[in-house]
Design a protein around this ligand. Structure first.
Ligand SMILES: [Zn+2]
Length: 262
């Protein structure tokens, strides 16, 4: 009888322990799962529009370092990738729109546009942007300088952290835009912004539908923006025949795209 009582007591204790143990285990699992979910959301959020770059304009301009700093195919698996830059040896321009790489080179005095990851970049600035917010650009904003201030103002309004760089896009019609595609002469060691503009092909677009991708930063002059500017912009015409660095523009009816912050 005593033995039976002891056995029942043990059984009850064991059942209690099992119940408690299971509960503790599930509580711990739930906490760990929540932590993983939170970490996942945090990583996704912190990565959203985080701007990265490889190479620096001042190394190109002052040291004549035109070597490849990043292989484009190392970014092939990144979703929602937006980027711009110059090919190694300054033999063309790079534009990446939603993980689609668009390479523009000069071949026998005309532009050659190619969708390929098989290139290296001497300079590349890029970010993954999961979601964009589109804003109307008022009619009084027309020139690049006015646009720069407007972009900053809108980024502040949209609660972007303007202390760090951010990407933007402009879509719509460009009234007039001056573009160039670099084609640096091998062995030329004298680098000036003017020579960079004129070494390859250049031209203008007028009243044309375009998509412009740019990066804004007031802390990366000489790195991925030129000394006199807080933006670096490349463009592609809607019909896709011109992809180039955008030097100057007067815009028409356009939209500004900024990373959406939820
Ligand atoms: Zn450029």
């Amino acid at each position: 009888m005593k033995l039976l009582f002891q056995f029942q007591k043990n059984l009850i204790n064991k059942a209690d322990f099992d119940k408690g143990g299971k509960k503790a285990f599930f509580n711990l699992a739930r906490k760990k799962f929540s932590l993983i979910v939170l970490l996942f959301i945090f990583c996704q959020k912190s990565d959203h529009y985080a701007v990265k770059h490889a190479g620096a304009l001042r190394d190109i301009m002052h040291k004549g370092d035109l070597s490849g700093k990043i292989q484009l195919d190392s970014l092939q698996n990144k979703a929602h990738l937006y980027g711009l830059g110059a090919l190694e040896n300054l033999k063309g321009e790079i534009l990446m729109i939603n993980s689609d790489p668009i390479i523009s080179t000069v071949q026998e005095s005309s532009l050659r546009i190619e969708n390929s990851y098989k290139y290296n970049a001497a300079l590349l600035v890029y970010a993954q942007v999961r979601k964009w917010k589109k804003l109307k650009i008022p009619g009084n904003i027309q020139h690049a300088q006015e646009m720069e201030s407007f972009i900053l103002e809108m980024a502040r309004n949209q609660k972007l952290d303007v202390k760090r760089p951010f990407p933007f896009m402009i879509t719509g019609t460009i009234k007039e835009g001056k573009w160039h595609v670099i084609d640096w002469k091998e062995g030329d060691t004298e680098h000036t912004p003017e020579k960079h503009k004129t070494s390859g092909l250049r031209g203008t677009v007028q009243n044309q539908g375009v998509r412009v991708l740019g990066f804004y930063s007031d802390k990366h002059q000489g790195i991925f923006t030129h000394h006199s500017s807080s933006v670096h912009m490349h463009m592609i015409t809607d019909e896709g025949s011109i992809t180039a660095h955008l030097d100057e523009f007067v815009i028409g009816d356009n939209k500004l795209w900024l990373p959406a912050v939820d």
